[in-house]
Design a binder for this molecule. Sequence first.
Ligand SMILES: [Cu+2]
Length: 323
Amino acid sequence: MVPKNSMFNQAMACGLLFGCLSLGSAQAQMNHGTHGQLKIGGLNSNHMQAGEPTDWLLRFFDSHTHQQITDFDIMHGKLMHMIVVKDDLSELAHIHPKLSDTGDFSIRVNTQNEDPDNQDLPNTVLSAGRYFVFTEALPKDAEMMIMNHFELSAEGMDSQPKPLEIDLDMDQGEDFGAKYFKEDGSPGVEGDRYRVEFSVELFEWCNYYLPKFYFKILENREGDYLPAENLNEWLTMGGHAVLVGLDGEKLEDRTFYHLHSFSPIDEPALFTFPYDNHQEGLPDGEYKIWGQFKQAEQILSFSFGLRFKNPPSSVSIFRKTAC
Ligand SMILES: [Cu+2]
């Protein structure tokens, strides 16, 4: 069941009706009339020790009145969705802080907690480096969710940035890539439990293109890779995908999208993630995309490195007037 007036309904409406303001488009809507505050270990600090259990506290304020926003509605099954990603895109955690009576969100990272939707929590900030934190929440009675972002740095053993491996290179004309993953969703080799096929399609829209991303999840059954079974909805959707750009030195310049797929309908274990920003296309560049799915009780994250390239703009696409 979907709660009335939830962002889910609006998101779906936007997915079906082009032209409405998209909900997942981080660039345009981050800090939409709000500003956020992240306290680490009780301090106004943006430093922590990598791998150490650490308390994070978040507050959000209306930018005009400076009042703290304390009431929130549930969106996709949670009061807040938080994506933590390392700047070299080597690590990602999708977690869900808790809301207190006073309107503060809190979470202790690098630990286990009782929420089965926080399986990434023990691995939130594991290595030294720079991390981005993206939050999504829906203030009560608001029409739009608020998206905020924070930056922190983790100290610890020196860890060199890892180069992004490109699995699908549209510069080379590729639109399809396949990879193998182990039981827990970590990268594997042929013969391991999962083979995941990732592909991209481009659709003309206004004077640019909209991408659509596909994940097909195959499971090794006695040597044959067959469509995975026991795939369940996670957080009210068939699947979630997080797309983050590598380009941009500043956090504000990073592209960030949290996309959604319905459960497969036509083809078993095939998930479709439409790009949900109908105001602008996706810039050329290097990205990582994590598809997140629930199988039985386990959350699986399958990631692909993507070099995204828009086709040269054609005359025909500029003639379209329906946008
Ligand atoms: Cu979430």
